[in-house]
Design a protein around this ligand. Sequence first.
Ligand SMILES: [Zn+2]
Length: 394
Amino acid sequence: MTAVFAITASRIFDGQSFYLDAALVVDGSKVGAIMPQSKLPAGMKTLPVGNNLIAPGFIDLQVNGGGGVLFNNQPDVTGIETICAAHASFGTTALMVTLITDVPDIRDIAVEAGCQAATNAVPGFLGLHLEGPHLSVARKGTHDPALIRPMTEDDLLYLERKAGMFGLPMMTVAPESVTPAQVRRLVAAGYRISLGHTDSKCAAIADYVDAGATMVTHLFNAMSQLGNREPGLVGAGLSSPALHCGLIADGFHVDPVTMRVALAAKQGPAHIFLVTDAMSTIGTDSSGFDLNGRAVYRRDGRLTLADGTLAGADIDMLSCVRFVHERLGQPLEEALRMASLYPAQAIAAPCKGSLTVGNDADFIVLGEELDLLSTWIGGACVHEANAERRKARA
Ligand SMILES: [Zn+2]
């Protein structure tokens, strides 16, 4: 018998609309219903959260680390658990643990860790995002250029063999290192393919979309920019109805004016969604960390290599949502969709991203200042702000 209970709030956002004085009925790990509080069956166990907002949990498709763990440095299931827990305390209920370009041995160890996390059903673990090594050296960003390389047949056979074993499989690839035929095989195996770290011309992107690529990795960053005669991947991403675009909304990776222009330009049905590109610093007070043997420094909301190159972001998803709502002026419901519904659509995860009946009961409770009160994954509370405060006082 599965437990059925209701959570009542002054506002519930299901991913599309707001419901006032409503109840979210949780049936086991799934959403049972959203209904007026007055219609709740007598005797149903009810948890009132008062004058607050229930919204779908955040989905982050690009998370390199958190809670002091960088996945590249600790590619094991404990590392994955730490990363997922750190981000749950900022409202993220599902994330793709992201491995950036590394040596083949680390990739293989990381994939085994992903398989173990999927087997153990680690709360919040959605799958692995392999960002590289099949990128463009010219657009390396923070990736070690010595480790960037074209995809070989051996790589492809390995990836096909492991598909479906480590949760949802996702990859960022560049046309400079991967062919449309290779993308077609990866998509057939179940991979969600995102294009990034590239100088590819706009016209060439069409072949990759035809092959099944559906996303752009951190739009504007580590790619050629929108030109008058060569739109590049930015132009392809903003104009294609099939390309969902990840965006790092920390105010450093992309200028707020550019973000507004992009949001106005993107017409759908594929949307711009938020990613944190978070590193190990999230949920800690550390001053930096090590990346492929290079020091990364944390200062004033930025993470940089010694030469000033941005090395991932020092932002959590709730802060991204606030930035989009408060600084870019997007309506709250749209900011919430950019962190939940749109990333779920980008990876075709139909049970995630909205609180519709039968979906996973992944949700958050937000206070009036958009402060996080609690995080729920599969109908279970995994983080409660007051509990943390109580612990801190004790
Ligand atoms: Zn990147």
